[in-house]
Ligand binder design. Sequence first.
Ligand code: 5GP
Length: 190
Amino acid sequence: MKQMEEMILREGQVLSDDILKVGSFLNQNIDTDLLYATGNEIARLYEGCEITKILTIEASGIAIAAAAGMAMGVPVLFAKKHRTSNVDGNTYTASVHSFTHNEDYNVIVSRDYLHSDDKVLLVDDFLANGHALRGLIALCDQAGAEVTGVAIAIEKCFAGAGDKLRAEGVRIESLAAIESMSREKIVFRS
Ligand code: 5GP
């Protein structure tokens, strides 16, 4: 998606070889024109797929998921993050390794909101090593729900997890796919 790539080039800050800061338009201060276009693009990509639910992870996935949910007319569910393993019994739970904090945490969703007849679209802001995504897939597996596909705002292709998941049969659509990045240059996958 051209608009996402252009915004990354204009506003994104490469903090180190593997961290891209997008706080000025996606993660903290949200550019609503871009968000609106992102929701519409995700809806276009998954048109006709009969998605019944979007699942994301708090906090930075929620705005993107909500934009896509509104464009598609489907509900949005977000997995909550818990530091401890003490969670009440009425939940699906999976362990995730945090890319940004380098620690493990649990993601949980209530069993009331994810069901075996759901066709789920997973949404997140970034795909790097795939831990967050695999956690969301595990929640769907526990519920017996189908993972129809994944929509990611920014994939860091050089981390390799996106292509590995694709090879495992997961449909992944990235709105901007970064092949390589440094403080001097960001190169997108064509
Ligand atoms: P993964 O689990 O795929 O390694 O990383 C994905 C998660 O880590 C996303 O939910 C995102 O919040 C965070 N993340 C990964 N890479 C970046 C990055 O370069 N910048 C920011 N702001 N967050 C990232």
